[in-house]
Design a protein around this ligand. Structure first.
Ligand SMILES: NC(=O)c1ccc[n+]([C@@H]2O[C@H](COP(=O)([O-])OP(=O)(O)OC[C@H]3O[C@@H](n4cnc5c(N)ncnc54)[C@H](OP(=O)(O)O)[C@@H]3O)[C@@H](O)[C@H]2O)c1
Length: 284
């Protein structure tokens, strides 16, 4: 069985991938804290530690899902963001090159500014916040390595893997009977963590190279997204309130409308799902 190293394995996407890849790969992981068998405590900014783990595992495939994901924090803590999202990724990429591992980098739809609305893999990135800039710089470095793939997911959601993602926060607020404020002028095509994991698994199986957008079928704003989720699960959707970006507490500029086009992913036999189809997969 091939050896897979998931970096950021305790996070939202990392823990989904851990479950989805088990059985098909010998799964190893690293994150800030160790967690059971085969998961090593390793800060990806520590190059020596990264190399020592590669030496132990000699992974065939490496997926980097470890990052400082909070765009506002990246904007105010640029040095930290650079260390993790650029240097950390560079350490994993350099180790992958030395060990001949196939490297998969998880980028983001935040590489675009949103002015064109619809984006294919061929569109040139135009990031408007520091998080997006670092993703783009890292992407370029990754794509210079011949055994690599860059995955650009839209907004990721899940229940059970992570308490900080948008839908988990909506769910936790509504369960407590608290109001939830969601911006109604930022649009994207959200995707369930498990579907990204399944899609990446299929793309790896096909030894896909280059950039792949991964998203859902429905293009919605965050307010509509929260409402649809609440209505699907019979939660009190009247607690969801609409707010505009200029009145929100977000510090980093955001792309207002990014619809990732999915025909490249679909050409590989990976189909996109509607929100209803993805909600159906969630067990509350
Ligand atoms: N969430 C989204 O909507 C979204 C959308 C598009 C792209 N992405 C990208 O998708 C990937 C996965 O996102 P996610 O939602 O799964 O994020 P997440 O839940 O925050 O997972 C990231 C994991 O990496 C860990 N980590 C952070 N810094 C690290 C370091 N220096 N060394 C080792 N581990 C470190 C985190 O630990 P701590 O939690 O302790 O910090 C966490 O366990 C990221 O690359 C993100 O940029 C996310």
């Amino acid at each position: 069985m091939k050896k897979l190293l998931i970096c950021g394995i305790n996070g939202q996407l990392g823990s989904s991938m851990r479950r989805v890849f088990s059985g098909s790969f010998e799964v190893y992981g690293l994150d800030k804290v160790a967690d059971g068998n085969n998961v090593f405590a390793c800060d990806i900014t520590d190059r020596e530690k990264v190399f020592s783990i590669f030496e132990k595992i000699k992974p065939d495939v490496v997926i980097n899902a470890a990052a400082l994901v909070n765009a506002d924090l990246c904007e105010t803590e640029k040095e930290l963001a650079y260390k993790i999202n650029y240097e950390g990724n560079n350490n994993l990429l350099t180790a992958s090159k030395s060990f001949g591992s196939y490297f998969v980098f998880i980028s983001s739809y935040y590489v675009f500014d949103g002015s064109r609305v619809e984006y294919s893999e061929d569109d040139i990135p135009t990031p408007i916040n520091y998080y997006g800039i670092l993703k783009w710089v890292a992407e370029n470095e990754v794509l210079n390595y011949e055994k690599s793939m860059v995955v650009r997911p839209c907004k990721i959601f899940s229940i059970g893997y992570d308490e900080r993602n948008f839908i988990a926060r909506v769910y936790n607020s509504l369960k407590k009977g608290e109001e939830f404020f969601a911006v109604s002028d930022q649009y994207n095509n959200p995707v369930l963590a498990d579907f990204i994991s399944e899609s990446i698994k299929e793309l790896i199986k096909q030894k896909a190279m280059g950039i792949f957008n991964i998203g859902g079928k429905d293009f919605v704003n965050n307010y509509e997204f929260a409402k649809l989720f609440a209505e699907y699960f019979n939660l009190d959707s009247s607690l969801i309130k609409s707010v505009s970006t200029d009145k929100s507490s977000q510090k980093a500029p955001r792309p207002m409308k990014v619809k990732l086009l999915l025909s490249k992913m679909e050409s590989k036999g990976v189909r996109a799902y509607t929100l209803d189809e993805m909600f159906k997969m969630i067990k509350l």
